[in-house]
Design a protein around this ligand. Structure first.
Ligand code: TRP
Ligand code: SF4
Length: 328
C-alpha cells in the first residue's frame, strides 16, 4: 500500500462562505481529497483574531460553514474535517512556536500591516492578531503536512511556516518537514464592487443564498463604470460581470457577449440576468446536498466529532515528539 502525502488546509469561519471561496479553494479541496491524506480545518480560532469583540455569531457561522463544505462535496469518508478549537494541540503548539518566532518576522508579513490599515472598524492591534501566522504554522506543522493548498495571498504565511519549521529543527533536531504550497489555479473572482471577492470587503455572494437573493446580488453587481447609458459601448475587460461570464459561460458565448457589449447591442441588465442563471444552475447539486445535511444535523455533528478525534490522534503524536525534542 502506498502511503498518501499528508495535506492540510484551513478556512476561516467568519461570515458566510462565498463564491470566491467555493471556486477558488473548496472545489480544489474536493479534487485533492482522494489523492492525499487530507485534513480540512475550520479555523475558528483564527476567526477570533478579528471578531473577538463580537463573537456571538461565531457558533452559527461555523455550523453554516460546515454545511457549505459538506454540500460542496467534502467527503468525510475521505478527508478529515474538524474545528480547529476542538483540537487543543493547535493552541499548545502555537504557544511553543511563539517562543522561537522573532517579532520582526511577524511585523514584516505583508498582510499584517495591510489588514490593520484596511480594517478600520476593528482594533487589530492585539497580540493574537500579530500571532495569526504563528497559529497557522502550528496548524500545518502539527500534522507534518507536506502540502498546503492555498491562494497566492497566503504565500507569505506559508513561507513563515517554513522558516519557523527550520528554526525549530535547528534548535531541537529534525521534527518538522517543510510544508510546500500547492497554488490554487483559479483566477481571482471579483466581488459585487469589482474588488476581489472577500469577506472583509463585504462584497460577496454567499454560496448558501437563496436563488432569489443570489439573482438580486448578481443584478446589483458593478459593471464597466464608463458605461452609464444603455447606448454607451462597454469594455468587458473592465467589467466584473464579464469576469463571471469567463468562468461560467461557453467560449463561444463569451465572444458573442464581448462583441455585443462593445457595440452596445446588449444591455447590462440582460447580460447580468444571463450570468445569474448560469451561476444558479451550477449550484443545483450544492443546494440539494445542503438541504440534505441541514435536515440531519445529528449526522453533521457525528462527522465533526469523528474528524476532531482523528485530528487529535495525529496532533497528539506530533506534540509529544515536540515536547520530547525540546526537553519539556
Ligand atoms: N489563513 C488562511 C486563510 O485566511 C486560513 C488558514 C488557517 C489556513 N490555518 C491554515 C490555510 C492552515 C492553510 C493552512 O485563508
Ligand atoms: Fe459588463 Fe455585460 Fe454590461 Fe458589458 S453588457 S458592461 S459585460 S454587464
Amino acid at each position: 500500500m502506498t502511503v498518501k502525502t499528508r495535506l492540510l488546509s484551513g478556512i476561516q469561519s467568519t461570515g458566510k462562505m462565498h463564491l470566491g471561496n467555493y471556486l477558488g479553494a473548496v472545489l480544489n479541496w474536493v479534487t485533492l481529497q482522494s489523492q492525499f491524506d487530507a485534513y480540512f480545518m475550520i479555523a475558528d480560532l483564527h476567526s477570533l483574531t478579528t471578531v473577538y469583540e463580537n463573537s456571538a455569531q461565531l457558533r452559527e457561522d461555523k455550523r453554516e460553514l460546515v454545511l457549505d463544505l459538506l454540500a460542496s462535496g467534502i467527503d468525510p469518508d475521505q478527508a478529515c474535517l474538524f474545528y480547529q478549537s476542538e483540537v487543543p494541540e493547535h493552541s499548545e503548539l502555537h504557544l511553543i512556536l511563539s517562543m522561537i518566532t522573532p517579532l520582526p518576522w511577524l511585523t514584516r508579513v505583508p498582510s499584517y500591516k495591510s489588514k490593520i490599515e484596511e480594517i478600520q472598524d476593528k482594533d487589530l492591534d492585539t497580540y493574537g492578531f500579530l500571532g495569526y501566522p504563528v497559529l497557522q504554522a502550528a496548524d500545518i506543522l502539527l500534522y507534518k503536512a507536506q502540502r498546503v493548498p492555498v491562494g497566492k495571498d497566503q504565500l507569505p504565511h506559508l513561507e513563515l511556516a517554513r522558516e519557523i519549521a527550520r528554526r525549530f529543527n535547528h534548535f531541537y533536531g529534525p521534527v518538522f518537514p517543510e510544508p510546500q504550497e500547492s497554488l490554487t489555479q483559479f483566477p481571482t473572482l471579483p466581488g459585487l464592487d469589482g474588488r476581489k471577492m472577500s469577506k472583509s470587503y463585504g462584497n460577496t455572494i454567499p454560496i448558501s443564498a437563496s436563488p432569489e437573493v443570489m439573482q438580486k446580488l448578481v443584478l446589483s453587481m458593478l459593471t464597466d463604470p464608463a458605461r452609464i447609458r444603455r447606448t454607451d459601448v462597454g469594455h468587458p475587460d473592465l467589467c466584473p460581470v464579464f469576469a463571471f461570464h469567463r468562468i461560467y459561460n461557453s467560449k463561444e458565448r463569451q465572444g458573442e457577449i464581448s462583441t455585443l457589449c462593445q457595440t452596445a447591442q446588449i444591455g447590462c441588465v440582460e447580460c447580468k440576468k444571463e450570468c445569474a442563471r448560469l451561476v444558479l444552475d451550477s449550484l443545483s447539486e450544492f443546494r440539494q446536498k445542503r438541504l440534505h445535511f441541514s435536515s440531519d444535523l445529528g449526522e453533521v455533528e457525528n462527522i465533526l466529532r469523528k474528524g476532531a478525534q482523528k485530528a487529535r490522534e495525529t496532533a497528539a503524536q506530533t506534540l509529544s515528539e515536540v515536547k520530547r525534542a525540546i526537553g519539556l
